[in-house]
Design a protein around this ligand. Structure first.
Ligand code: HEC
Ligand code: HEC
Length: 414
């Protein structure tokens, strides 16, 4: 109909336009160049790099200066969740499930080392870079340069006396050679799944509902659910046979998921992994992008005046300030860069709640909402998925400003 769409320039975000729908422009970790400008790749988290495969660039020399820099990176980016002391008690921790890691106890889950051992430096670099799928832990490769990430790795190590203890071995567990995959090998894997008691926690169909599942807790005494193997998106270290094998052999420290290194052969670990993979539900057919809840409203409003791309990085909105004019039709496409607590993130504007409310936007599954900015003023927008009002979430909110000096938007209001 009338009016062309205009690109909105929101105050806090020069990066809006870049964030658009860019597909992997960069897997720049592979190159040695530090990757500063992070924003433009914030939507790339769907790339299929899993924990073990992330290339680890050489570590800069560990100097006092590097550790000081790591501390600065930590204070700016990590304290809200992990706490000033690194004990997992940050201001946002009470809102997070699972709770943030306690770096003082240093029980790390994603490792290449045996159960109860510390991770290697490379393991820490990888987990920080990739984040943990299905949890609030963001993928920092989109947000911090390689040097920043190495610096924060070294700083994390100072938070626990364990890393200075020479008796703490950090030897890497071999994953062996994958046996050929065949029906009979998968059947052997199935038998091992029962024999090794995977079934008591993860359940017969792998839904995380085994007989022992209800009573499990992690090191912080928080209830923990065994992984649901039917949903590949929820594997914390990414979905690949190799990661399943590594998890089986090394375990997740601080959880009931122990490692079987030394108990079973590597070959058996692969067989169980093949069986675990057979429990995944096939990917849903059809287009990835779902329609928003506001489909009907959108149809009636016609072409928007303003198309805005909103993203979320490390549990803050980008842009954090949206400025429009009264009377404009606004279309917001929201795609977060992580999946929050596993159910994605939302977007709602208080004062516009009936028209602007969406939930469950995920990486690769943006959601869209369209509405008319018919009330002037300053409003708060907030995450409607993690919490029910803007008061509850300390990090995820922003300001929506509707200015009243719009030239008359013609008479075609319906
Ligand atoms: C929005 C909250 C949040 C922020 C910000 C955050 N983390 Fe986390 N982080 C978490 C949560 C929650 C977990 C635990 C996830 C789990 O147990 O599955 C976690 C886990 C981790 C782990 C553990 C990996 C493992 O193998 O166990 C490391 C390392 C880590 N975070 C480092 C960092 C660093 C470094 C920063 C800052 C650059 C940071 N985190 C910022 C929430 C956050
Ligand atoms: C005592 C209970 C228990 C047993 C036995 C157990 N697991 Fe787990 N497993 C868990 C829990 C709890 C988690 C979730 C850990 C988390 O979310 O941090 C988990 C997580 C996993 C994961 C997820 C890794 C990821 O990247 O997210 C895999 C794969 C897995 N288990 C495989 C197995 C297999 C295969 C066996 C048998 C060889 C097994 N588990 C035995 C409790 C158990």
């Amino acid at each position: 109909m009338r009016k062309q769409s205009i690109v909105l320039f929101a105050a806090a975000a020069g990066a809006v336009a870049l964030l658009a729908s860019c597909k992997p422009a960069a897997e720049s970790e592979a190159s040695s160049a530090p990757t500063k400008a992070p924003a433009s790749v914030a939507t790339v988290a769907t790339a299929k790099i899993t924990f073990s495969d992330l290339p680890v660039p050489p570590k800069p020399a560990v100097t006092q200066q590097l550790i000081e820099h790591g501390k600065a990176v930590y204070v700016q980016n990590c304290t809200a969740c992990h706490g000033v002391k690194g004990d997992g008690q940050g201001a946002a921790a009470a809102f997070l499930m699972p709770p943030p890691r306690d770096f003082v106890k240093a029980n790390y889950r994603m490792r290449s080392t045996p159960t109860s051992r510390l991770p290697t430096d490379g393991d820490l670099f990888r987990s920080i870079s990739l984040g943990m799928s299905g949890t609030p832990m963001p993928a920092w490769k989109f947000l911090l340069s390689e040097d920043d990430r190495w610096a924060v790795v070294e700083y994390l190590k100072t938070l626990s006396s364990r890393f200075a203890d020479p008796s703490e071995l950090r030897t890497v567990v071999s994953l062996g050679t994958p046996p050929p995959r065949s029906e009979s090998v998968v059947a052997e894997g199935k038998a091992l799944y029962t024999k090794l008691a995977c079934i008591t926690c993860h359940g017969e169909a792998g839904r995380g509902d085994g007989t022992a599942a209800v009573n499990l807790v992690d090191e912080s005494q928080t209830k923990i659910k065994p992984r649901d193997f039917s949903n590949p998106g929820l594997f914390k270290s990414g979905y690949a046979t190799k990661e399943i094998v590594r998890t089986i052999l090394t375990g997740f420290n601080g959880t009931p998921m122990v490692g079987f290194h030394g108990t079973i052969s590597e070959s058996d670990a692969w067989k169980v992994a093949y069986f675990v993979e057979s429990l995944a539900k096939p990917a849903p057919a059809g287009p990835l992008v779902r329609l928003s809840q506001n489909f009907l409203v959108r149809e009636q409003l016609g072409e928007p005046d303003v198309r805005l791309r909103l993203t979320e990085r490390a549990w803050t909105y980008d842009p954090a300030i949206i400025r429009v004019k009264k009377g404009q039709i606004i279309e917001v496409t929201f795609e977060p860069s992580d999946n929050g607590l596993g159910v994605g993130h939302g977007f709602a504007i208080s004062g516009y709640d009936e028209a602007v409310f969406l939930n469950g936007a995920m990486v690769g599954v943006p959601k869209m909402v369209k509405f008319r900015a018919d009330r002037a003023g300053r409003f708060t927008f907030y995450c409607s998925t993690q919490c029910s009002t803007e008061k509850l979430h300390p990090l995820m909110n922003g300001t929506f400003i509707v200015e009243d000096d719009a030239p008359k938007q013609t008479a075609s209001l319906d």
